[in-house]
Design a protein around this ligand. Structure first.
Ligand code: MG
Length: 265
């Protein structure tokens, strides 16, 4: 009886091997951005309360509506060329302008920043008001650590890439987005990663984010830099500027105002 069962399974295993072993050895597929996208569960929608957050007495004001004295081009450290008008900072999409970052470098801090998606925003998914607050800008060759800015009021995308996400790592705990055309706030507590002498990780980065006053990241532990493609890893740094993203999508440029920081070192 036992012999009969074993023999009867032989054709089955032969078929299984034929189906699973490729005839020709294949090259490993190149990594794709879709491999690190997460689409469910979708964070619940929460209607935020009215909010206002003027800088406290010990804050360093990074943008008060008047000028970009605290900012430079992230690419070459030349004076920042985004548009300042009516107390508002707006991304410039002029060729060669790109991202801007603070002149100062920071380790641990509390950050307040307000942003607005234009009312006439077009596009969808990641190409709808995409910008970002890079909590540590590590230079042109590194992804750094991005808190996503995007219109996520009524715009489906992968949930680890919507507004309030730590890009491709931290799904927001809720969706308190306001409509395009309305100002929104981020209040961030950033605990920078620390490193050993040899560059290995000592303690990871943590971030807490309030989005329009609603907690969306609760002491979230980062796995490393926030990569578009591939999986996060850490790279040693000490202090770093904060960077704002001029994303290359074709929708209308977004605006910022009332940016201040409190160092927690
Ligand atoms: Mg972005």
């Amino acid at each position: 009886m036992i012999m009969w069962i074993q023999h009867s399974k032989l054709p089955f295993f032969a078929t299984l091997i034929a189906l699973t072993v490729p005839v020709f050895a294949q090259q490993p597929a190149a990594p794709k951005p879709q491999e690190t996208e997460v689409w469910e569960p979708v964070p619940k929608i929460v209607t935020p309360g009215a909010s206002n957050a003027a800088p406290p007495s010990d804050a360093i004001v990074l943008f008060d509506g008047k000028n970009l004295d605290e900012w430079v081009s992230a690419q070459d450290k030349s004076p920042a060329k985004w548009i300042v008008a009516d107390g508002i900072l707006t991304v410039s999409k002029a060729p060669g302008v790109g991202n801007i970052e603070t002149k100062r470098a920071f380790r641990n801090y509390q950050l307040h920043i307000e942003w607005k998606i234009p009312e006439n925003i077009t596009g969808s998914d990641q190409a709808r008001g995409n910008s970002g607050v890079f909590l540590a800008s590590l230079g042109p060759g590194d992804a750094g650590y991005e808190l996503q800015v995007l219109d996520s009021y009524n715009n489906k995308t992968y949930v680890n890439g919507q507004a309030g996400s730590i890009y491709k790592q931290g799904i927001p705990l809720a969706n308190p987005n306001r409509k395009p055309g309305e100002w929104q706030t981020y209040d961030v507590v950033w605990t920078a990663p620390t490193f050993n002498e040899d560059g290995s990780l000592k303690t990871p980065a943590y971030v807490t984010v309030f989005f329009n006053g609603v907690l969306v990241q609760n002491h979230f532990e980062l796995k490393g830099q926030t990569l578009y493609i591939g999986h996060p890893f850490y790279k040693k740094y000490d202090t770093a500027p904060i960077k704002l993203q001029a994303h290359g999508d074709h929708s209308e440029p977004i605006s910022f105002r009332n940016i201040w920081i409190r160092e927690l070192n």
